[in-house]
Write a protein that binds this ligand. Sequence first.
Ligand SMILES: [Zn+2]
Length: 454
Amino acid sequence: MLRKAFSNTATAVAIVMMLTASTARAQEVLRDAETEAFFRDMSAPIITAAGLDPKNVDVVLLNDGEINAFVAGGQTVYVNSGLIGAADHAEEVQGVFAHELGHIVGGHSIRGGEGTRPAMAITLLSLLLGAAAAAAGSPEAGLGIFMAGETAAEGKYLAFSRAQEATADAASVKFLSGAGISGRGSVSFFEKLQNMEFRYGFRRTADDEFYSTHPMTADRLATLKDAFEHDPAWAKPEDPDLQRRFLRVKAKLYGYLAEPQQTLVAYPEYLNDIPAHYARAYAYHKEAFMDKALAETDAILAQDPDDAYALELKGQVLLESGRPIDAIPPLRRAVALTRNQALIATTFGHALLATEDRANFPEAERVLKAAVVKDHDNPFAWYELGIVYEAQGDTPRARLASAEQEQMQLQYVEAMRNAEAAQAALPTGSPDWLRAQDIAMSTRAMVEHKRKKK
Ligand SMILES: [Zn+2]
């Protein structure tokens, strides 16, 4: 069974190609352990200052070159990769985040999504090279791209009124002040946007960029600046650790998203800081120069052998270069250092499975089970768990895992079918049986709802 799954490389590549083509317009969520940890830590004090619980506010990274951030569906702030690329300081990202949080607290985001999350594709940074790796003969990695629904994000460009912008600005001043974070980043980022506006003659299309969702005017910027300059936190120095982490995240995203040649221009080989090593590691890995990519990750590890994210990347390079056995030690260490971070654990589980050595399967099952419990937005872990169960001949639980994965990807018909089959075969009343029943019921309701709408 396992072999069958692994030998379906050509099919997997075809599916990935198809999905990629059909979802060119859909929003793509990029998931990465290091980026998400940075988002969490840069946002937590601001969320607390706003009187909300950091557990309830999500910051989600989108693969979108436009310099934008927006709120949609309840308490989620979406940050485009283009915004990270345009920012030079963690404080700038914090300034934008505080403004978006102002929209959430002001209730401005409710009218669009009614609390529902927009449908999006989910991609793991640690598997983003999946399609290329599969084409290069590393089987199963081709499933690095998953669709999470066929519709593009609705309500993406929810334009706010001037009054709402003023409210969000005032709130952002209050929140940053409460968190003891200087408003310099906020002011410099909005000034940067205004300069671009002058240089490029304002927005390129009607629904383009930050301005269209957040109309920016000179008096708005002046008001914001004045308020921040009178705040006691204005002169406070930036948090050096957060800034260090921001530069890593920015470099990693650049290396991951840009053409390798561009990356080598932006982060030339004579630069020896960690962000430069990081960006180049991705560039070389994308070019399938495994030795050069490993030299870059090893340069980071020479400075800190316990750099969990450099270990994660090293493991990814080895895994996607067809060396899963060598990928295991760095990934196992990265998982331990991050106390079982679910996305890293997923890559680790992937490496264990890719060895095709049954002796590694119990550990894969343990690691992946822990990952799906901790992370509720990780279809990859469910997919891999399904492979483990299938290899053990446990078809009912393999189908239940598929149902979990498909439900997450909004494939309700397939999820319903698998959940019903799992329920029929599992011991009545067991926890897995109950879970299968839950999925079967909720997906059936979704399928019927969709049918009625038509
Ligand atoms: Zn706004």
